[in-house]
Design a protein around this ligand. Structure first.
Ligand code: GLP
Length: 245
């Protein structure tokens, strides 16, 4: 009757819930960042669920950024997220949240040696190749920001030029499974030199914000170093901040 039907449909869910709770406990209490999770096969046996169920539970944890997978070697614990951190957004998300339509003008893309500064930021040698992307970012078709992004050539083997009229973060995630999980960022006051001013359609030497970001994935690899130069007359830096209770 209804009871046995309920048991039959409930049981698999209850098992995967147990697995989910077990993994959540491991992640919070017992395992350190970058430690490897037990193999999917042994989790499946231990919780008598299918490999597919294990994979789904781990997929969920991966989407939440709590674990990351490395092809051929397993699933690992992500670095902890600071709960009260400032939101990490892309240019596109930032503009959309202000009700503006993001875009890019004049996309340039070339492979060059990293050089000392970019190499240091990306934790690679100065002679290794990086993909240098230069974009004028627009909001409702008006130049807002001049952005130079540098990505390790090894992680990004293709020329992304044709794909970069939209969001770089979306392309990196869709094509290479690369997502920025954490970033170090500094914001400095500066003025636009005449070339940058021309690119941004602003008066030379007018004020600007220079936002420098190094983005890391959940494994802790540096995946992007970016210098974003925002027009000081059009951009304001917005944060939601919290106070401890
Ligand atoms: C911000 C960051 C950049 C990043 C960009 C991605 O501007 N400071 O480091 O490259 O967002 O934005 P989008 O995904 O819209 O290309």
């Amino acid at each position: 009757g209804l009871d046995s039907w309920a048991m039959k449909t409930e049981r698999p869910a209850a098992k995967s819930d147990r697995l989910r709770r077990h993994l959540a406990d491991l992640l919070v209490g017992e395992m350190a960042p970058h430690e490897r999770l037990p193999a999917e096969r042994s989790l499946a046996e231990e919780f008598s669920v299918s490999r597919l169920t294990v994979r789904r539970v781990i997929d969920e944890l991966e989407r939440e950024g709590r674990v990351y997978r490395v092809q051929g070697s397993g699933t690992f614990v992500s670095e902890p997220r600071i709960r009260k951190s400032v939101e990490l957004t892309s240019f596109s998300e930032d503009m959309r949240s202000r009700g503006l339509r993001p875009g890019s003008l004049e996309v340039g893309c070339e492979r060059v040696p990293a050089g000392a500064d970019i190499g240091y930021a990306l934790q690679i040698s100065p002679s290794s190749q990086v993909l240098h992307i230069r974009r004028i970012r627009t909001a409702d078709d008006e130049p807002m920001c001049l952005e130079h992004s540098y990505l390790p050539g090894e992680l990004v083997p293709d020329d992304l030029g044709p794909d970069l009229h939209g969001s770089l973060y979306e392309v990196l995630s869709a094509r290479y499974g690369l997502t920025v999980h954490r970033a170090e960022q500094t914001i400095k006051a500066t003025v636009l030199d005449p070339d940058d001013a021309r690119a941004l359609n602003a008066p030379p030497f007018s004020p600007a914000f220079l936002v420098q970001r190094t983005g890391f994935d959940a494994r802790g690899r540096a995946i992007e170093r970016a210098d974003s130069l925002y027009r000081g007359d059009r951009y304001s830096y917005q944060l939601t901040i919290y106070r401890d209770p």
